[in-house]
Design a protein around this ligand. Structure first.
Ligand code: 2BA
Length: 109
């Protein structure tokens, strides 16, 4: 068994979970936020049999889309009389960042 951990955009999370459940996978949505942008994202975890992992990844790939987001860079420490014009920086986020981890044991108690 594997644990698929997918960090996705909040706007894609509901459709992703719905599609996983329609396809009879079990999924949990965790609220998370990115270390770099400090914006909310969603972490979806799915316990799946080894031969089902590719199907889970295909659903993630179908449902999650990349987006560009603007970040305002931190202003540098300024000397008196210096002038800083902040240009927003464009970063591409997602579709999804996915980790597949081995599961040593899984129980529903
Ligand atoms: P954030 O950390 O908020 O990163 C959002 C996007 O900012 C990233 O998109 C990437 O395009 C950019 N970015 C991140 N760190 C950067 C840096 N040091 N310099 C320049 N640009 C940077 P994604 O790579 O698609 O990542 C989306 C979210 O997935 C991340 O949100 C984070 O929550 C998670 N993530 C990505 N890689 C991860 C990893 N190796 N471990 C744990 N979480 C990860």
């Amino acid at each position: 068994m594997k644990l698929v951990v997918a960090i996705v955009h909040t706007e894609d999370a509901s459709a992703l979970v719905d599609t996983l459940l329609e396809r009879e996978f079990r999924a949990t949505r965790l609220h998370s936020s990115g270390g770099f942008l400090k914006q909310s994202n969603a972490t979806i975890i799915v316990g799946a049999e080894d031969d089902q992992v590719e199907a889970v990844l295909a659903i993630v790939s179908d449902q999650c889309h990349s987006r560009t987001q603007l970040v305002n860079p931190m202003p540098p420490i300024m000397e008196p009389g210096e002038f800083f014009l902040p240009y927003p920086l464009e970063v591409e986020v997602g579709g999804a960042t996915v980790f597949v981890l081995p599961v040593e044991r899984s129980e529903r108690i």
